[in-house]
Design a protein around this ligand. Structure first.
Ligand code: GDP
Length: 448
């Protein structure tokens, strides 16, 4: 479905990757083409603008790695930005995970009529049954359209999912309550409530859905929107989220020849993750939404992206090896300390490093209490920053007057400078020992 967008983007970016050196004008031209391609794919204007700005900012500040061309670097930046646009911060690859651990968990399906809500409810129920081995009960709350209730019952039969027996005359809230009761009594893991849709958003519909939401307190409220409707889909999502509050979006008809803008702007505009995409009418045509994969499919430049990633890894590797060699020679000056601190910062400070080690949470907190945290790292970097080049290379020359100057320069106290010097000495000693011990150094050190 992203075919024409994909073609235009790769057209614009290929011009860059073909060149050895790039001028600012080259990049500007390519990004203008990227912007037009996004707008033509029906991405909303503010989202497209922000996207281009982010890419520009990152491209300007970015050092080009030796083994890749500047153009390849730009492709990688565009790719990363696209993933960020599709996934939002902190989504990771877990956008599709549903919070349905406490049985019976309730999933409320909301959306306009014709969006594919009922079909999606059945697809999702089937998926939960087959992949996650959940017992699912479905119920239609569409009291005005008996055909919709029948449709869900039929889909239930086809997929082997139980549906709540239809009782004429009950309102939506009563049906929702009955469904939850039934789920509790019969030990279902998940109840899916398929609410009534309308052709467009109206107050009555929203009031009914809100009443159901209050009665059922759903674990997930999934909005089903037609991906073919582009920016309208995004407006619908904003509306439902404002009035009902949604936890995620399912985009349907992503098998069609829509332009894809809905998928691209949804996260940025609504702040809500796309959890699944519908890719056909059949019951198995539902996919988890993975930002990485979708960005990869749109750009179609996976080779270049992994090339740059490898180059980045190699640089880090080379830096680590260079440091190791210095340590083996017994060298560890303030520049080395600074790159160690930078590494720590990159890994999310002390907390970040500690959280990667099982069982270290408590120790990290204790160290945090002792002041070994991001703030302290920043202060230490400020102190090193205020040293002259010579002082950084030979910290031994730091006597009282120099220390005072450095403290003033970094806006800190002399005792802070002393603390850093002490830490440097301890680390230098440790590095010397590790260096002497060669590769098995760390283990040897811990065994002592
Ligand atoms: P509702 O009114 O929102 O409940 O919509 P339905 O579930 O009845 O779906 C309306 C039509 O869209 C049906 O013919 C479905 O088969 C079709 N449909 C739903 N999802 C998809 C999809 O992902 N791709 C395609 N091609 N058709 C879909």
């Amino acid at each position: 479905m992203f075919e024409s967008l994909s073609e235009r983007l790769s057209g614009a970016l290929e011009k860059l990757t073909a060149k050895g050196a790039l001028t600012e004008a080259d990049v500007a031209t390519a990004l203008r083409e990227v912007r037009v391609a996004l707008l033509e794919a029906d991405v909303s204007l503010p989202v497209a603008r922000r996207f281009i700005k982010q890419v520009q900012d990152k491209a300007t500040g970015q050092a080009v790695l030796k083994s890749v061309t500047p153009g390849q670097m730009v492709v990688k930046i565009v790719h990363d930005e696209m993933v960020a646009m599709l996934a939002g911060e902190g989504d990771g690859e877990a956008g599709a995970r549903l919070r349905i651990d406490s049985p019976p968990a309730t999933i409320l399906m909301v959306g306009l009529q014709g969006s594919g809500k009922t079909t999606t409810a059945a697809k999702l129920a089937r998926r939960l049954k087959e992949r996650d081995h959940k017992r699912v009960l479905m119920a239609s709350l569409d009291t005005r359209r008996p055909a919709a209730m029948e449709q869900l019952a039929t889909l239930g039969q086809q997929t082997g999912i139980d549906t709540l027996p239809i009782v004429r005359g009950q309102d939506a809230v009563a049906i929702a309550r009955r469904a939850r009761q039934q789920a509790m009594l019969a030990g279902y893991d998940v109840v899916m409530l398929d609410t009534a849709g309308r052709l467009s958003i109206d107050a009555e519909l929203m009031a009914e859905v809100a009443a159901v939401r209050d009665a059922a307190s759903p674990n997930e409220t999934l909005l089903v929107v037609d991906g073919l409707t582009g920016q309208d889909a995004v407006h619908t999502a904003e509306n439902f989220d404002g009035q009902i509050g949604i936890s995620g979006v399912v985009l349907t008809r992503m098998d069609g020849d829509g332009r894809g803008g809905a998928a691209l702007s949804m996260r940025a505009v609504t702040g809500k993750p796309i959890k699944f995409v519908g890719i056909g009418e059949k019951m198995d045509a539902l996919e988890e939404f993975h930002a990485e994969r979708v960005a990869g499919r749109i750009l179609g430049m996976g080779d270049i992206v992994s090339l740059v990633e490898k180059a980045q890894e190699q640089i880090e590797q080379a830096e680590a090896e260079r440091m190791m060699k210095r340590f083996q020679k017994g060298r560890f000056d303030m520049n080395d300390l600074r790159s160690q601190l930078e590494q720590m910062q990159k890994m999310g400070g002390m907390d970040g490093i500690m959280s990667m080690l099982p069982g270290m949470g408590k120790i990290a907190r204790q160290m945090g209490d002792a002041g070994v945290d991001d703030k302290m790292i920043r202060r230490q970097m400020a102190i090193i920053q205020s040293m002259t080049r010579e002082e950084r290379k030979k910290p031994d020359i730091l006597k009282a007057s120099r220390k005072e100057r450095i403290a003033r320069g970094s806006g800190l106290e002399v005792q802070d400078v002393n603390r850093l010097l002490k830490m440097h000495r301890q680390m230098a000693d440790m590095m010397k020992k590790m260096g002497r011990m060669g590769k098995g150094g760390l283990r040897g050190l811990m065994g002592q």
